[in-house]
Design a protein around this ligand. Structure first.
Ligand code: ATP
Ligand code: MG
Length: 398
């Protein structure tokens, strides 16, 4: 590629909500850059990550292949905080160099080969550049039109050649991959996800990572009365989600015996909510130990009997930490579509023996009374039980 006018390959990143931040924007940007560097460690390409005016540029080493640039782009597309990822070329700050690069890039594209309409869109972040953006559009657009005979369509182009003039260089690119949006993981603190093997909780975890939380995962297994299948599932789900945050940890609570004592404490109709409260109390104890400041669940209002407004109230009452429920207003079909998009659906749909199947009352209470639940908990000595359960957790690190 030495005869190319394209200059050096790089990856250009457009920031999401961070750009709305005021004084502490710098902090968010620093966190984002650290997350990007972390994520790229698995790609095995030496990169140089630089902050530019409102964008981040990843420079690849000299002689890096297009495949390596693509691998870098694909990897950072999973890092929350970015809205667009462009494979770009870094060109000298000179109109002639930009013109040649624009021509070559357009000529190489699939769209040009089928004669599709195109547009050039320039931005001048550095106003000292001799050409204004509309002048640059016309210069490069005119040349592409002359050279390849492609029609210009500013409203609905099939191919857009982007030119962005920066302080030290000009970036030229076509196309891009959408990023995850949201905020950099870690910028909002840490939280603990209650992770079943189901469809909802992995989606809830993902949505909260995107709001800047670094999460740990807590799974309650029916062991010793069920097989370990649900643990494998939870582990597979955590592995799938780890690409969004890194350093994920799964904690597993053997919950079977505690469930048995709930079952034998009478009050069949309240068993599910009583169990949910015990899960939350245990999760709160674990959260204190790992310094997580909130709990996250996959609850959606009205989805099942344990998620009526009264029962959600009864759950909130069990703990002092806030319970974040990002899916509270989502339909099941919306949750499933998101699960498919982030790649967790096919794991969640694998069969397993969930611990909840151990407690399946004929008729579940939809309006649990907190006083009745407190009675059950007194008999169980729930305060002591949740400490014991937290003591018995096992850690699985990725
Ligand atoms: P999901 O909601 O993840 O699809 P589900 O629908 O089987 O699984 P529900 O019975 O609706 O789960 O439980 C609501 C929420 O309670 C879950 O989203 C999850 O946060 C939590 N939860 C339920 N079971 C477990 C479990 N075995 N371990 C950890 N958390 C659980
Ligand atoms: Mg559910």
């Amino acid at each position: 590629m030495t005869m190319s006018a394209l200059g050096e390959p790089c990856v250009l990143l457009k920031l999401g909500e961070i750009v709305l931040k005021g004084k502490n924007r710098e902090l968010f940007e620093r966190r984002l850059i650290a997350n990007i560097k972390d994520a790229l460690q698995t790609v095995g390409v030496q990169v140089d990550v630089r902050k530019r005016h409102g964008v981040i540029a990843i420079f690849l080493p000299e002689g890096a292949s297009p495949e390596q640039a693509e691998a870098v782009a694909q990897r950072v597309a999973d890092v929350p905080g970015l809205v667009w990822i462009h494979r770009a070329w870094r060109v000298a700050k000179d109109p002639d160099a930009v013109l040649k690069a624009g021509l070559e890039l357009a000529g190489e594209s699939e769209e040009a080969k089928r004669g599709a309409p195109f547009a050039v869109r320039s931005r001048r972040r550095d106003k000292r550049f001799p050409l204004r953006s509309n002048e640059l559009d016309r210069l490069v657009g005119g040349a592409i039109n002359d050279e390849y005979g492609l029609p210009v369509d500013l409203k609905n182009p099939a191919l857009t050649v982007h030119i962005e003039v920066d302080r030290d260089e000009v970036f030229v690119f076509t196309g891009g991959i959408p990023g995850q949006g949201g905020l950099p993981v870690g910028s909002s603190g840490r939280a603990l996800v209650l992770m079943s093997g189901g469809i909802d909780s992995p989606v809830a975890a993902y949505r909260m990572m995107r709001r800047g939380l670094h999460v740990d995962f807590l799974h309650f297994s029916g062991i010793p009365f069920t097989t370990s299948e649900s643990i494998y599932k939870a582990y597979a789900l955590v592995r799938k989600l780890d690409r969004f945050q890194g350093r994920s940890r799964l904690w597993v609570v053997p919950f079977g015996k505690a469930q048995q004592s709930i079952r034998t404490s009478g009050q069949d109709r309240l068993a599910v909510i009583a169990q949910r409260r015990l899960m939350l109390k245990t999760a709160e104890e674990v959260a204190h130990r790992i310094r997580a400041a909130a709990l996250i669940t996959g609850d959606a209002l009205g989805q099942v009997s344990s998620q009526t407004l009264a029962n959600i109230t009864a759950q909130d009452n069990a703990v002092e930490l806030p319970i974040l429920r990002p899916l509270v207003g989502w339909d099941k079909t919306e949750i499933m579509a998101e699960a498919r998009r982030i790649g967790t659906l096919e794991i969640s749909e694998l069969p397993d023996e969930d611990c909840c199947s151990l407690l399946a009352p004929k008729r579940a209470e939809t309006r649990a009374k907190i006083e009745d639940l407190k009675q059950i908990e007194k008999r169980l000595d729930a305060e002591e039980l949740c400490v014991q359960l937290a003591d018995s957790i096992q850690e699985y690190t990725l």
